[in-house]
Design a protein around this ligand. Structure first.
Ligand SMILES: [Fe+2]
Length: 157
């Protein structure tokens, strides 16, 4: 619940007003769903914690995150680090990516806190990872950087 409140904080107050109508309305949809999910006092379905090779970098990422502007999120995440189910989320994972990437879900249909259509989670990338271009035709997805630096199509960091 503490971590979900951090998500609510980020989607309600932090950062810019959104940059575009599409981003602003996405943020509004996300924050509109969080309170209902939290108010329902959802149960923990107890997925087994699982690590992946990239989680060797997790402590370092948390250390960086706790020094940066998303420190509240990083601290809340550190409290849960032993309970996270890191997974790939793809049927076939490219070999190079299998060592450098994993994600975990905090809220979702099959995750620690059960919910319907809102799936907040975390992606962890090893240093110098290239994440292949992809799309999700049926969902909206947003990323907020907790630690480290990344660029999209070499356009910005
Ligand atoms: Fe994606």
């Amino acid at each position: 619940m503490y971590l979900l409140r951090e998500f609510e904080q980020v989607y309600r107050y932090d950062g810019s007003a959104g940059g575009s109508t599409a981003i602003r309305s996405h943020r509004k949809r996300v924050r509109g769903r969080l309170p209902a999910a939290m108010a329902g006092n959802p149960g923990n379905i107890g997925r087994a914690p699982e690590e992946k090779p990239v989680t060797a970098h997790f402590n370092r990422a948390l250390d960086l995150g706790e020094r940066a502007s998303m420190q509240g999120m990083a601290r809340a995440l550190r409290e849960l680090r032993g309970n996270l189910t890191w997974e790939y989320g793809y049927e076939r994972v490219p070999r190079a990516l299998a060592r450098k990437y994993a994600h975990c879900e905090i809220l979702g249909p099959r995750d620690p806190v059960q919910s319907g259509t809102l799936v907040p989670g975390f992606v962890l990338f090893a240093p110098d990872t290239t994440y292949p271009q992809h799309s999700h035709p049926e969902i909206e997805e947003s990323y907020i950087s907790i630690a480290g630096a990344w660029s999209e199509n070499n356009a910005a960091v």
